[in-house]
Design a protein. Structure first.
Length: 297
């Protein structure tokens, strides 16, 4: 559907298999070999491509190994169409949309970075279309989700308080997440607000279909949450980097330890002073991701 040039990336709209208009950011490599494997970035539950702006600029502009970076807005998030059928906000449909994005960009093999929900989608993608994955980065997500962490997400996404200014948006984020993210400074909180909210009639509004947050109210936490260990087995054939927030309440150390036991080519790091989910451009995370992807072709 064409691309529009903006600051550091081009914007592209493409179609889903059921007719929605979906959005992606495309960061072109600054010099170097154009035929390196691209990187595809998959955001969290209610998040969007803006979460990856800083890390995408770093990876596409890497002086030794620059490569294309594509960051997606799932349906119902960011600049992608909202879905009239709210039941389509599920992992299987979103996985299909990721496959459609790869087709739209002419990608038959890539390195994927999946934050939270994005990492769950990667578990499915590895099971149904493993040839797409040359390597994967799981950002604070694994085959087991801690119920306490998901309940916390449910609660803060469904709170009634809405910001009336950008400064209040930052204050709300600090109230919700500050205890888990002591590593963040003012610029980081401001950047997070601009990634999560968009301006509408002069007021910041959360940039996603609220039906996605409503779905969490229906989760029965009296029963164990289903796990994705069978799908995780499909990731064993590719190099895997796992980033866990030091203060994460969604991905436990027990789970990452078990992932390490089960995966023969896993690298695991901790994002100091961060919770769920770590900002990927802070600390030594960009260098770790850069080293990881540079070993792939």
């Amino acid at each position: 559907m064409g691309e529009a040039v903006t600051n550091g990336f081009t914007e592209k709209f493409y179609g889903s298999t059921d007719g929605l208009k979906l959005y992606a950011r495309h960061y072109q490599p600054t010099g170097g070999e154009p035929d390196r494997l691209p990187i595809v970035c998959l955001p969290g539950l209610t998040r969007n491509a803006r979460d990856f702006h800083e890390i995408a600029l770093l990876l596409s502009g890497d002086p030794l190994s620059p490569r294309r970076v594509i960051a997606l807005d799932y349906r119902g998030r960011g600049l992608s169409d909202r879905d009239a059928n709210k039941a389509n906000y599920n992992l299987a449909v979103e996985c299909s949309d990721v496959i459609a994005a790869c087709a739209a960009f002419g990608i038959d093999r890539a390195i994927f970075i999946g934050t939270s929900r994005g990492g769950l989608i990667l578990h499915l993608l590895a099971a149904i279309k493993p040839e797409l994955l040359a390597g994967a980065v799981l950002n604070d997500i694994g085959p087991v989700i801690e119920a306490a962490g998901l309940m916390a997400i449910r609660d803060y996404l469904n709170r009634d308080r809405r910001p009336q200014s950008w400064s209040e948006a930052v204050d709300i984020l600090k109230e919700n997440h500050g205890a888990y993210f002591p590593a963040l400074g003012f610029t980081d909180w401001d950047g997070m607000a601009n990634a999560i909210y968009r301006e509408q009639n002069g007021v910041p509004v959360a940039d996603y279909d609220h039906a996605i947050a409503e779905q969490l109210k229906a989760v029965d936490f009296s029963n164990p949450l289903p796990d994705l260990w069978p799908q995780f087995e499909s990731l064993r054939s590719i190099p895997l980097l796992v980033i866990r927030g030091e203060n994460s309440n969604l991905l436990s150390r027990q789970t990452t330890d078990e992932m390490t036991k089960r995966h023969p080519r896993i690298v695991q790091i901790t994002a100091k002073g961060q919770g769920h989910a770590p900002l990927l451009h802070l600390g030594g995370i960009p260098e770790t991701i850069g080293r990881f992807v540079s070993k792939l072709s």
